[in-house]
Design a protein around this ligand. Structure first.
Ligand code: HEM
Ligand SMILES: *[C@@H]1O[C@H](CO)[C@@H](O)[C@H](O)[C@H]1NC(C)=O
Ligand SMILES: *[C@@H]1O[C@H](CO)[C@@H](O)[C@H](O)[C@H]1NC(C)=O
Length: 323
């Protein structure tokens, strides 16, 4: 994997961190889980993902977000990948997901490629964890060893998805508690929010901020308004990059934007609005390395949320439906 020398140092340190903490945090997931049962797993995932990102850069962002929306709702168990059917309600139409989450076809393509090399072995939940990491790496972010061994849920919960995913209207205290509800710290929350250095948001997600808020830089608000007409319902699906500086590069400009009151979502600017997280935002804006390092640590923690292991769940054949 292509990495800069600075993130190489971060990888070494992370490896030590993992060796030390693995048995403490979660004895059941491990980075070499498929090393015998599916030795070509990593290259297979990466190859399929690379061609998808080459076709559409945004898809890397979409897949990273899918992993977040999977893990926050009853753990990283692939539940977000299940389609609704006439007798099954999944999570795809939950408030934060409907008309918004995307990338399912790419996960299907990766799953088919993996099934070709090792049928019936690798869970959809693990494929999503690897694809999220690879997306970050391909877009210039940090690398880390992904812990594996999750199994796929046979259930999903639209109600839990409605309640567990933070809406963009959240204030700082609400953001902190959405993350603490799944065992993540305030610092993890600020680091993981740096994912908004890539990808796009729909006008409906930030309209109230660009028209009504005062902690927003005026030329930035003006540009946003030109892409997002004021009347209720109009232009709701128009897209704007979450990081207008470098929208396809996993750098620290998200935090630099916040210092200039150029956070696109209300929730983004909450991280730098005179509150307790200002100092963390400032330090990430000054050091891409510390952002990259803390992001990788927090992604590993997020990936540890309530995995199904042992005989729980199943290894789905098709990520969209239960076996
Ligand atoms: C801190 C609380 C968070 C809130 C309130 C939030 C909210 C949002 C919203 C409203 C959008 C735009 C959706 C749309 O308009 O369709 C978005 C996009 C995105 N979010 Fe978050 N998010 C948060 C944390 C995270 C985390 C932890 C990650 C991943 C680690 C993440 C990754 C992304 C990505 C990559 C996109 C762009 C997706 C794309 O272009 O398809 N977000 N988020
Ligand atoms: C979840 O939210 C959506 C959209 O707001 C709503 O239509 C749905 O009924 C909610 N589902 C549950 C189970 O509360
Ligand atoms: C801005 O605030 C006003 C007053 O609360 C409200 O009527 C209006 O709908 C808001 N505009 C947007 C775009 O949210």
């Amino acid at each position: 994997m292509a990495t800069s020398s600075s993130s190489f140092g971060a990888i070494l340190t992370l490896a030590l961190f993992l060796l030390f903490s693995e048995s403490v945090i979660n004895a059941q997931l491990s980075t070499n889980y498929y090393s015998e049962s599916c030795p070509d797993l990593f290259s297979t995932v990466k190859c399929t993902l690379e061609s998808a990102i080459a076709k559409e850069t945004r898809i890397g962002a979409s897949i990273l977000r899918l992993f977040f929306h999977d893990c926050f709702v009853n753990g990283c168990d692939g539940s977000i990948l299940l389609d609704d059917t006439s007798n099954f309600i999944g999570e795809k139409n939950a408030a934060s997901n409907r008309n918004s989450v995307r990338g399912f076809d790419v996960i299907d393509n990766i799953k088919s490629a993996v099934e070709n090399v090792c049928p019936g072995v690798v869970s959809c939940a693990d494929i999503l964890a690897i694809a999220a990491r690879d997306s970050v790496v391909i877009l210039g972010g940090p690398d880390w060893y992904v812990k594996l061994g999750r199994r796929d849920a046979r259930t999903a919960s639209q109600a839990a998805a409605n309640n567990s995913l933070p809406p963009p209207t959240s204030n700082l205290n609400q953001l902190i508690s959405f993350f603490s509800n799944v065992g993540l710290s305030t610092k993890d929350m600020v680091a993981l929010s740096g994912a908004h250095t890539i990808g796009q948001a729909r006008c409906t997600s930030f309209k109230a901020r660009i028209y009504n808020e005062t902690n927003i830089e005026s030329s930035f608000a003006k540009t946003g308004r030109s892409n997002c007409p004021r009347p209720t319902g109009s232009g709701d699906n128009n897209l704007v990059s979450l990081d207008i500086q470098t929208p396809t590069c996993f750098d620290n400009s998200y935090y630099k934007n916040l210092l200039q009151k150029r956070g696109l979502l209300h929730s983004d600017q909450q991280l730098f609005n005179g509150g307790s997280t200002d100092s963390i935002v400032r330090s990430y804006s000054n050091s891409q390395n510390s952002f990259h390092f803390d992001f990788a640590v927090a992604m590993i923690k997020m990936g540890d949320i309530k995995p199904l292991t042992g005989s729980k769940g199943e290894i789905r054949k098709n990520c969209r439906k239960r076996n």
